[in-house]
Design a protein around this ligand. Structure first.
Ligand code: R5P
Length: 332
């Protein structure tokens, strides 16, 4: 059987181009039994004058396995629409297998109805499936159960927190870890935080939020556990407006925490309803460093440290294209 080269595709402009290039370099220079060939190719993703999205596949993709590395720094609506159009264009152009690499899954916090609201994460999954994708690679989903919306195609929810982020913290912040506890900033982060605690061999301290029964406003925050003189590692999956993280950091400092670090996979880092940015809040908070991945392309900035995931994603693509296990990556 003759295998055609695997195509690594990204938009010719935009933040994913450099990311895709680093993934490609990892694949092209792989030594460990890698017999597949990979090629890096560009896709034209642009706008018509009326702002409709315009996609064009610039080269032959017929019968090739294609990995489209999408740019998560696009606005969610542009991200979704351009993804669907790329898949459609690849399908029309006769690609053999369409794989979507979506390091940050937009709409993942809209995963259940709350009153008269859509299940946007399920709607997105239906759209992606019907646009021709045969596999989706994403990372640290807000709710792992979202994978069920992708029934019928292959779906990988890669654990970046438990691999690249924990490795980074162990390597760079050994002294901090000697006297540290892990802290979930809210109830939703408890499970993820205990996963970090287990892997870093740290105990957990929690924050109880006492709310007004009618307005749901936070009236008081209490610390459950011993924080005085300890370093605190706050763990979350997403930092959006930065409110959750910074509120937790302030109460931890007030109750006597020593150094405060925070870690999360996805740095959405947007403004809140008052126009204050997550970055401003983090810089003004007691957090000494926020460690996030490049699931949404960014550069180091002030207290914000970006950890690269391109080698990890490259390794995953290498394993898929060689029919090897991905879960073994977590056991190394
Ligand atoms: C929510 O459940 C997530 O895990 C994060 O805690 C949340 O998205 C953070 O949002 P923000 O940064 O706007 O407080």
């Amino acid at each position: 059987m003759v295998y055609k080269p695997v195509l690594i595709l990204a938009a010719h402009t935009g933040a994913a181009k450099d990311f895709a290039n680093r993934i490609y370099q990892k694949l092209a220079n792989h030594k460990n039994g890698c017999w597949r060939k990979y090629l890096l190719k560009e896709i034209n993703i642009d706008f018509h004058p009326d702002k409709e999205i315009k996609v064009e596949i610039l080269e032959n993709v017929r019968e090739h396995e294609c990995y489209f590395i999408h740019d998560s720094s696009l606005y969610p609506q542009d991200w979704k629409e351009s993804l669907l159009q790329v898949n459609d264009a690849l399908m029309i152009s006769d690609a053999a297998v369409i794989n979507n690499v979506l390091p940050y899954m937009c709409y993942s916090r809209q995963d259940r109805p709350t009153g008269r609201t859509p299940i946007s994460a399920a709607l997105l999954a239906e759209n992606i499936k019907s646009s021709g994708a045969k596999r989706v690679l994403t990372t640290d989903l807000h709710n792992p159960a979202i994978s069920g919306f992708y029934r019928g195609i292959s779906f990988e929810n890669l654990k970046l927190g438990y691999t690249v982020l924990i490795d980074y913290i162990k390597e760079k912040h050994g002294d901090f870890l000697k006297n540290a506890v892990v802290v979930p900033p809210d109830d939703g982060a408890a499970r993820r935080t205990s996963g970090y605690g287990k892997r870093l061999n740290l105990s957990s301290v929690s924050i109880e939020k006492i709310r007004d029964g009618k307005t749901n406003e936070i009236l008081e925050m209490k610390i459950i556990g011993d924080i005085k003189g300890k370093n605190a590692l706050i763990v979350d999956d997403i930092v959006s407006t930065g409110g959750t993280l910074c509120d937790a950091a302030h109460i931890l400092k007030e109750k006597g925490a020593n150094s405060i670090y925070a870690v999360a996979t996805h740095g959405v880092l947007c403004k809140d309803k008052y126009g204050k940015s997550a970055k401003e809040k983090i810089e003004a908070s007691p957090i000494e460093q926020l460690i996030i991945t490049e699931s949404i392309p960014r550069k180091d900035d002030g207290k914000i440290k970006i950890v690269s995931i391109s080698d990890f994603i490259g390794e995953v693509i290498k394993r898929i294209t060689h029919a090897e296990s991905i879960s073994e990556l977590y056991e190394i």
